[in-house]
Every structure is written in C-alpha cells, then in structure tokens.
Design a protein around this ligand. Structure first.
Ligand SMILES: Nc1ncnc2c1ncn2[C@@H]1O[C@H](COP(=O)(O)OP(=O)(O)OP(=O)(O)O)[C@@H](O)[C@H]1O
Length: 870
C-alpha cells in the first residue's frame, strides 16, 4: 500500500487505525459498508468470495478494496474468524449527519478465534476457550477463559500436563509469551491459532494485580488459587488480552477457579483419543459422547463434554450424581415434566454474558425472559420430589421473579433486532414516551387531514403530501392544476409533470413530528438500556441457574441412556478392585444391527490375586473391544453414569493409560515402533497404585522375538513394580506370553474364544480363563477374501514351521527368555550370574532408551546362551 505520498483524509484515518492493529484484519465502516483495504482486502475477498476492486487514494496511487454491507456483518465475520483471523471492527463513532468533514472512527471490538460473543462464530453445544500458557522451567501455568459463558480457570503443571489439558479443552486460540513460540509449537504442534504477547505481561506480580483489580479483591485466597503462581501469571495475561481487544464489560467473569487435577482421573491425551471419548478417531466413528449426550440445552451439552474428559475421583461427588440418576429413574413422571421444560430453555449462560457486556439485543432479552419462565416450574417439580437429591437441585434454582416481571412489563412481545430501531417499550411505562408517540402518530394523521382540507379548498384533486430528505414534507401539484396553487405556498422544486411546495403550517408539523420521532428513538433506547442494566444485577443468579440446569440436563441424559440401554448403577468403592460382571461396550453395542446381541464379558482385576490379565486370541476376536469397554465402564462410573453391565464394583481409579500397538494405528502415519515404545515408557514412569493400564498388542511393531521380549518384560515390570500394583489388561496374539502366568502369581491368562468348524473360525466373543494355542491369523486372512492359493500355501508353510518349532525350538524359545530379579534365586548359582548382575546394575532404567534396552537385552541373552553352551 502506498502511504507516503498525499493520501485522502479517509485513508489517512484508516492508516492511523490500522497501524494500531497491524495483526488484525480491519473492517472499516464507511457509510453503510464495512470496507477492507490493501492486503486485508485481498485476504477478505478470497475468504468471503467478494469482489476485489481498486480505489483511488489521492496522489498516493491506488489501493485494493473489498467490502460488504454493514448489515451482513453477522454473515461475514464468522467466516473471517473461522479462517483463523483476528478481526478489528472499526465503527463510526459519530453520527455523520452531525459532523462536517471526516467522521470520528475507532475500533469497537477485536474479535479473535478465542474471544467472541458472536453467535455465528460460536458453536452452541461447545465451549469456546481462550487458553493462556505461562511457560516455566519445569512447571508451567495455564488458564482458560470462555468469554461467552464467563468460565475462568487456571492450573499449573509440567509439559505433559499442559499438553493434556489443551487436548481436553481444545481451545480456539492460545496466547503465550513471544519468547516461547518454538517451545509451544514443539509441545502442542502447529495446528492451533496462536498469538504472542510481550514478556512482561506474563509476570506473576502483574497477573496477581490484574486479577485482584478485576475481582475487586485484596488477595486471591478466596478463590483457592493463591498457590498457583504460574497459573496466576497465565490468567493475568488473559485479562490484559481482554483489555487489548476492547472487551471491557466483563462483569460476568465473576470468579476464577482452580482446575484441580487431584479431583479428576488422569487421562493422557493418547487415552482420550484412543478411547474415543469426545471425538472419533475415524471420520465415520462414533465417540462415547454421542451415546451419552442426550442433553436438551446448550449448557448441558457443554458440561457433558467436560464430564467426559474429567471423570471424578471423589467418591462422594460420584455417589451424589449416581444418586440423582437413580432418583430420576424412579420418579419418571417428574423427570418427564422437567425434560419438557428443559427443551424450551435457550442458552441462558451465553445470553447473560451478553447482558453483562451490555450487548444483548431486544430479541435476545426476550429469549432470556422466555427461558427464565421455565425455571419456576422446574424448581416446583424438583422441590416436590421424593428424593432429597432432587430437592436440593430445586433449592438451588432461582426463578428471578422481579427480573421477569420487569422485562414483562417493559418490553413489547414483538421487538426488532436492534435497540435503535424503536418500538420496543410498552405503552404506560414512561409518560413522555406515551406523549411523543401520540404526537408522532397523530402528527402523521394531521398531515393527512391537511391534505384533504387543502384538496377541498383549492380544488386540486390530485394533491398529495409526501416527504423527502432534502426539504421534508411537501405538497405536490401536477402541472394540470398549477394555476390553482394559493399564493402563500412556497415553491421548492419543479419536475417535468409536477411542482412541489411547502407551507408554513407543514413546516411546523414537520418539526414536531421529526423532533418527536428523534426523541422517541432516544427515549426508547435509554429505557432499553436501563432495562439491560437492571438485568445485569441478576448476572450471578442466572449463572447459578445455568450451572444447575446444565447439571440437571446431564444427569437426565444419563438417566435416559441408562433406561434405554439397560445400564446398572455401579457400586463405587475405596477397595482396589474392579469387578465387572457381564460388561458390554457402550458404543459397539449401540451400533449393532438390531437383533444382533453384544456378547457380555466379565472382568475382575485387583492387587492381590489378579493384577494383570494377559488376554490372547486371534485377530478380530474382540480383545480390543474388551479392553476398551473395561476402561469405558470405569470412566462412565466415575463420571456418575450408570454402566453397561449386569453388576459393576469399581474401586476408584486415578489414572487410565492405554497404548495400542504400532500397527493398530499405522493409518495415522505416526506409529513408528519408536513412538510406541516412548509412549509405553511414559506409562511405566507414571504409574500409580490405582492406575488402570490397557496395553493392546504392544510390541507387535517389531519382529516376533523382539516383540515377545518387550511385551514379556513390560508385564514383568508391571507385576514386580516395587511401589504400585497397577491393574493391567494386556491383549496380545503372542500366545507365548501365556508362559508368564506360570512364574508370576498375579498374572492370569485369558483368551477370547473362537471355535474352529470345518476349517473356519467362528468368533464366540466370550472371555475364558486360560491361554490359547495359536493365532488363527490365516483364518482371518481367508475371511478377508485372500486368494485361495495364498491361503493354502500359508497353511502349508505354517504347518512346516510349527513342526520344526515343536521338534527343536519351542521349548528353548520360551525357556531362553531371561528371567528378571523376581526369580534371581533360580540362577544365583549360575556361573554367569555375577556378569549379568553387574550388567544390570550398570543400567539406569530412567535414562535408557528403548533401543539401548533392546541391545542390552540381546547382550544378556548372549551371555546366557554362552552359559548354556558351557
Ligand atoms: N463382545 C462382543 N460382542 C459382539 N461383537 C463384538 C464383541 N467384541 C467385539 N465385537 C466385534 O468384533 C470386532 C473386532 O473386535 P476387536 O477389534 O476387539 O478384535 P481384536 O481381537 O482386538 O482384533 P485385532 O487383534 O485384529 O485388533 C469389533 O469391531 C466388534 O464389532
């Protein structure tokens, strides 16, 4: 863009404003249009598919231009923001009628992907979070804000933790200090909308003061966040960012809470993805959310997503959710009534944020009223319930009676979208308004009377009174009647066929009407704003209602699913046991063609006799489904939902880890063997006593011997861990692993049974005790439609190999697997014992890489082989 030569005054003003927001796409209001210039215009024309033209810019050559009518802002703005742009909306700050020369303009809002109140940018059933990260040496701070609901949280933790939270909350935008750009990208990838701020904005003192100023507090103890120094720095930066983006009316952000990880089950990002809690892994997949989410309100839908990624660890809260579901299942009439009302409650959480921001339009205020009307009947229903748990919800609801009455008495039942359009406030509220309405209305009526009177007086039958902007009301006389015009009429305009006149009387009335209409508009606007200010006193009450309605909605959703799918109430325990009888997979079950049953299976895990289940079985047998259903049942129970089982005793779990062997998600192109091993290492380094570990085909990304060795040593490690007895399900088709159970008391073998019939495999899907003998891989190949000669040849080769193995190798193969220290006594007498021991002692388990470990394993193997030959 040329800027140095002489520019037009308008472009000069544009350039000055653009210079203040160089990162944003500037929508510059000119008359009835929003215009974009220069590079912004090129970008906007592409995204919005609007015409790109050129505009003369004084002597400073030409500049690209693309614009759209101002009333289409709601259509175009979301497209720009969704394309990842920050959009600065620059409005005219004065009425052009009142100014000579250039109108004052300024940016009234900077919309960014993470900061918007615009319904077209927001997704109703999803939160729209802005995340702020304050990177530290080891501990980082993180804060999330949903401006559209006022939800504000902070926390702190290491890189893994930040990564996991970002995955769980899926923010639309992430801000952080500019010095950490590469660190942020290497931790979180480059798919996010990011924005960098100056370093000083991430200072703790700055953040602490910002938060105290905003909440009008002296310290932050009341919020329970005082200890989270890094979190405070991150949250403070959010408040700064709000100011910078012209979001100044933010009283709905009335509190900040600590996202307390101790309260929730730890799910690493791989687990959230692999268990398909919220999003499916494949486009046509179905996540658990889709099964459990029958919520009616946007607040409920948003809360449901949070409940899914943040299952609880606190028994009392889980029990209270389960108690409500049980009560709802019993009091069916009541829940049906409540459900009917819920379906008519719109997004009061977001509407009330707009009240606080003083940006609610008349139609939205009506929606808020209509939604609030349903609070009272829900409250009455719940207060009349048998169950105390339901009664408590009733107590929490506040029907906001006074606010309802105020809106009801003031606001008309049909209102325009915009408060400046008038016709909003009912008659009888303001005497001046009533008086002016009479004048405006009867004034127009009077003009008609003048028209009729003058027609009669002058005999001009075609006489009519009309209005134009240039000279207001006038009398129009066609040329045929020109000679009948009275002398006192003043001629204003001559047309081809007619002449236009004004009179003294007309001017007096015109003045009266115009002043009345102008005044009317401003009185109505003021009265409307007073109404919004009145409503803003109810922000907290409505926020509490919104939270309560969201919870009721989620619990009702659980109730509906429990009833429809025949789920049972899990019994939650402090014992370290998971005992599921006849468990089912909630998602697969719901998708089976009707009439096809899901075969239920029982699973028991504890820390005394059955800590590790090694589950063998052929491909397609149902091993993965069993592993996943166990985790889903545990997590659903800890969300407070009933579960797909005949009985479930759930000893509270604090961490769930899942790893899927490399080839299971090769399609994603990310599962090299190395990744699989790194991820497995991270499980082994983060275990706890109440962890649930699911390993599916770990080790299959390498050669069979390597695979078996790794799988074997992982199972041993989990069994012999000095501190934790993590409950583990280990699915594999290396049936060689069944041998482990003989040496380790808490390892038990199971297999998902299949039947061989006429050289075919029939999947029974039933979990049985004991190992399995072979893999049935060739049968599956046959089922997959492999050419017959390939299947026959594969069978030939297999029987040849199996014969050989049985003859010489198999015994040796299994027995040659090195035993670990759990069995040291067995070979303490061995001449190679000292050598192996020294080698093991030199190893630093915490720093060794998987590949080095494999090499060492190989070395140990060779030493032991030497022992055999000696
Ligand atoms: N208990 C069950 N009842 C009915 N259908 C089932 C059951 N378990 C699994 N299935 C069906 O069988 C299919 C294969 O199951 P799954 O993926 O768990 O097998 P797998 O043993 O893990 O196989 P692979 O080793 O090839 O991954 C599932 O997609 C599901 O549709």
């Amino acid at each position: 863009m040329a800027g140095s030569k002489k520019e037009t005054p308008l472009m000069k003003q544009y350039n000055a404003i653009k210079a203040k927001h160089p990162e944003a796409l500037l929508l510059f209001r000119v008359g009835d249009f929003y215009e974009t210039f220069g590079e912004d215009a090129v970008k906007a024309s592409k995204i919005l598919d609007i015409v790109l033209t050129k505009r003369a810019n004084g002597s400073a050559s030409h500049i690209e231009l693309a614009g759209f009518p101002h009333h289409s802002l709601d259509t175009y703005l979301p497209k720009l923001v969704r394309a990842g742009n920050r959009v600065a909306i620059c409005d005219q700050l004065e009425n052009p009628k009142d100014v000579k020369g250039i109108v004052k303009r300024g940016v009234t809002e900077l919309v960014t992907p993470g900061l918007t109140l615009n319904d077209n940018v927001l997704e109703q059933r999803k939160n729209n979070y802005l995340a702020s990260i304050s990177f530290g040496k080891e501990i980082n701070g993180i804060s999330f804000l949903d401006l559209s609901t006022g939800e504000f949280m902070l926390s702190h933790g290491n890189d893994d933790y930040i990564d996991k939270l970002v995955q769980s909350f899926n923010p639309s935008e992430i801000i952080f200090c500019k010095t950490h750009k590469s660190r942020c990208e290497s931790l979180l990838g480059s798919d996010h909308n990011i924005f960098c701020l100056e370093e000083w904005i991430y200072g703790f003192d700055f953040g602490y003061e910002k938060l105290n100023t905003h909440f009008k507090t002296k310290n932050l103890k009341g919020f329970g966040i005082e200890e989270s120094k890094e979190g405070i720095a991150a949250a403070g930066a959010i408040l700064y960012y709000l100011e910078e983006t012209e979001h100044k009316e933010i009283s709905h952000i009335s509190s900040i809470s600590r996202l307390d990880t101790d309260k929730f089950v730890w799910l690493d990002k791989f687990t959230i993805r692999n268990l398909e809690l919220v999003y499916p892994q494949q486009n046509d997949g179905v996540p658990l959310l889709q099964i459990l989410d029958k919520t009616q309100t946007p607040m409920g839908a948003r809360l449901m997503k949070k409940w899914l990624v943040l299952p609880l660890k606190e028994k009392s809260i889980i029990e209270s959710r389960l108690g409500v579901v049980e009560a709802m299942l019993e009091e069916t009439d009541l829940t049906e009534e409540v459900q009917n009302h819920l379906s008519q409650i719109s997004d009061i959480e977001r509407l009330v944020s707009k009240v606080a921001a003083l940006r609610i339009n008349p139609r939205e205020l009506l929606h808020l009223k209509r939604a609030l009307l349903h609070i009272q009947p829900i409250k009455e229903q719940l207060e009349g319930a048998q169950s105390d748990a339901l009664k408590k919800f009733g107590d929490r609801l506040n029907p906001c009676q006074q606010l309802l009455e105020k809106i009801e008495t003031n606001l008309k039942d049909e209102v325009p979208l915009n408060a400046t359009q008038g016709n909003l406030i009912k008659d009888g509220i303001d005497p001046e308004l009533d008086e002016l309405r009479k004048i405006a209305f009867s004034g127009k009526d009077y003009l008609l009377q003048i028209q009729e009177r003058e027609k009669e007086r002058t005999g001009i039958s075609s006489l009519k009174i009309a209005y134009n902007k240039v000279f207001g009301y006038y009398l129009e006389v066609s040329n045929a009647h020109k000679d009948k015009v009275p002398a006192e009429w003043i001629r204003k305009q001559t047309l081809v066929n007619a002449e236009r006149y004004i009179t003294e009387e007309l001017k007096v009335y015109e003045e009266k009407i115009i002043t009345a209409e102008d005044k009317l508009g401003s009185i109505e606007f003021n009265l409307y704003n007073q109404l919004v200010t009145f409503a803003s006193d109810y922000v907290n009450e409505i926020q509490v209602n919104a939270k309560c309605i969201a919870e009721i909605d989620c619990l009702l959703s659980f109730t509906q699913v429990a009833q429809a799918q025949n789920y049972c109430r899990p019994s939650i325990h402090d014992d370290n046991v998971i005992d599921i009888k006849e468990g089912r997979h909630p998602v697969i079950e719901a998708q089976l063609p009707s009439g096809e049953p899901y075969i239920p299976n029982s699973v028991m895990l504890d820390d005394l006799s059955q800590q590790i289940m090694v589950i063998t079985g052929p491909n397609m047998a149902g091993k993965s489904a069993l592993l996943r259903q166990t985790a889903l049942i545990v997590l659903m129970a800890q969300m407070g939902s009933f579960v797909p089982a005949a009985y479930a005793k759930i000893g509270i779990i604090d961490k769930v880890f899942t790893r899927v062997g490399a080839s299971d998600n090769l399609s994603k192109g990310e599962s090299t063997f190395m990744v699989e091993m790194t991820e497995t290492a991270s499980i082994l380094n983060n275990l706890s006593d109440r962890s649930l570990v699911l390993m599916d085909e770990i080790g299959r990304g390498t050669s069979t011997y390597d695979g078996v060795s790794i799988a074997w040593s992982i199972v041993e490690h989990l069994h012999n861990h000095p501190k934790y007895k993590a409950k583990t399900m280990f699915a594999t088709h290396y049936h060689e692993l069944n041998q482990i159970a003989e040496d380790f008391p808490r390892v038990k073998n199971f297999n998902v049974s299949v039947k061989e019939l006429d050289n075919r495999v029939i999947f029974m899907r039933k979990l049985k005790e004991g190992g399995s003998e072979h893999s049935f891989g060739i049968h599956v190949a046959k089922m997959a439609g492999m050419p017959n000669e390939v299947v026959i040849r594969a069978n030939e080769i297999l029987s040849h190999l199996e014969k050989d193995r049985i003859k010489e190798n198999q015994e040796e193969l299994v027995s040659s697997i090195p035993k670990n220290n759990f069995q040291l006594s067995m070979f303490e007498s061995d001449p190679h014992f000292e050598e192996v021991l020294t080698l093991l002692n030199q190893l630093d388990i915490n720093t060794i890489s998987p590949v080095e470990a494999l090499l060492k394993l190989n070395e140990i193997k060779s030493i032991l082989k030497g022992q055999k030959s000696s």
